[in-house]
Design a protein around this ligand. Structure first.
Ligand code: IMP
Length: 430
């Protein structure tokens, strides 16, 4: 049985929601392995729109187990309100269909405070975070002062964890000129939320191993995108977790050999929210056209997304670092009717052409894209369900992308509707 990891191969917002939903029908277990409620997945099922941030997409399907792995940072209050919201839409959520790793670190109100204070203080140098406290929560995890889900079960342990947390945060807050942490209030809030989240706590590593042994299919659902990876993204304009496929193993407690297929989700052009380098960004009418037709607004923060041409250099790079076996190409229909299209095939820098994005920030800022121009198409690709339904120039565009990124298309998505998908390779049976 194949286990599949789905990762965004650009800066997030590639349309993972629909693909994950489509694959979750074929999976038994759906696991989140990094990020937190900074993610936003919109799913349309039977005409009903669901917006998920923290809950794995499998939660919307009967008979599937949804798992939140230890690689995630969990805001327990955000989780409870998301559960209530989704239950309000008629979905049942209980300990039979949701489990959370006991060793998952929590996002606390102090993390959100810090995220916002730092962003405001940074002015023009801000990262453009979602303000959810993701970075500060991961900092506390590696700083060995996080409060983890299991810690909520024992008042004495919680007290010791609070000691460590306050010893770090109070001096920091004093330095920033904000009030120190109200320990009693934080303790009370944590003890209040504990009975609502603890029932979901489980040794996820063990559970997943048992599922795997009994031949169940596991779908690992990545959030954000590979270019926001803390190590390989456009640092420091990144999120604070590893967003690439390798994280699926450590973020759930499975061995690296348990991953059989990595599916990279790739948008037919490029977008990003927040600050940071974006070599193919279009600050003109074409960029505006992509934003309007593609409805490029952030699901979580409502911010406008920056838009640009397809960057084959970056996608080839992320397909390599994530070991992508096949891609799901999304939003091709947004390009319908455009006269000509450009694809970035390299970067010019100091008289040379590079086939990768250099790491040095100064060089990232100076590279200029080398473009190849392709003919656009007149007809529509929207809703196509076979290659034969696509205009010739659209097929050429897709084939050229495959060539340049050195990775085949496994799925082609031609509208937000789940049926509007052309399947080339089934990731689960490859
Ligand atoms: P953070 O994850 O809130 O710390 O934000 C860090 C960077 O990641 C910012 O540029 C955000 O806009 C970006 N980011 C975080 N989550 C997402 C997402 O789900 N989609 C796209 N960008 C995201």
């Amino acid at each position: 049985m194949a286990n599949v990891v789905v990762v965004g191969a650009q800066w997030g917002d590639e349309g993972k929601g629909k693909i994950v939903d489509w694959l979750s029908e074929r999976a038994d277990v759906i696991a989140r392995f990094q990020g937190g409620h900074n993610a936003g997945h919109t799913l349309v099922i039977d005409g009903k729109v669901y917006k998920l941030s923290l809950l794995p997409s499998g939660i919307l399907r009967k008979g599937k187990l949804s798992v939140i792995g230890n690689g995630v940072v969990l805001d327990p209050w955000a989780l409870v309100s998301e559960i209530e919201k989704i239950e309000g839409q008629g979905v049942t959520i209980n300990t039979d269909n949701l489990v959370i790793a006991e060793n998952t670190p929590l996002i606390l109100p102090v993390h959100q405070d810090l995220d916002k204070i730092r962003e405001e203080a940074a002015g023009k140098a801000k990262i453009g975070t979602t303000g959810r406290g993701i970075g500060p929560a991961y900092e506390d995890k590696v700083g060995r002062r996080a409060i983890r889900l299991a810690d909520l079960a024992d008042a004495e342990t919680l007290e010791r964890r609070l000691d460590r947390l306050l010893a770090h945060h109070d001096p920091l807050r004093r330095g920033l000129g904000v009030a120190t942490i109200d320990r009693d209030e934080l303790r009370t809030r944590l003890l209040d939320i504990a009975p609502k989240v603890l029932p979901y706590a489980a040794p996820v590593w063990k559970l997943l191993s048992e599922k795997r042994k009994s031949g169940k299919r596991i779908l690992f659902e990545g959030a954000q995108g590979a270019l926001l990876d803390i190590d390989f993204g456009t640092y420091p304009y990144v999120t604070s977790s590893n967003t690439m496929a390798g994280m699926a193993a450590t973020g759930t407690g499975m061995g690296p050999g348990s991953i059989d297929f990595v599916l990279g989700i790739v948008k037919a052009y490029t977008t990003r929210v927040g600050e940071g380098p974006f070599p193919t960004e279009l600050d003109d009418e074409v960029g505006k056209h992509l934003a309007v037709v593609g409805r490029e607004k952030g699901t979580v923060t409502g911010r406008d997304r920056r838009c640009g041409w397809f960057d084959a250099v970056l996608v080839r790079q992320t397909c390599t670092t994530s070991g992508v076996k096949g891609i799901a190409l999304t939003k091709l229909d947004v390009l319908d009717g455009m006269k000509e299209l450009k694809i970035c095939t390299g970067y010019a820098l100091d008289g040379k052409v590079l086939d990768y994005l250099p790491t040095a920030a100064e060089e990232q800022a100076r590279v200029t894209p080398v473009y190849e121009t392709m003919e656009g198409w007149e007809g529509s690709t929207a809703g196509a369900r076979s290659w034969a339904d696509l205009p010739g120039a659209a097929v050429k565009y897709v084939r050229r992308i495959e060539e340049l990124i050195e990775c085949p298309v496994a799925l082609l998505s031609t509208s937000p509707e789940r049926e509007d998908t052309i399947l080339v390779t089934d990731p689960f049976s490859d």
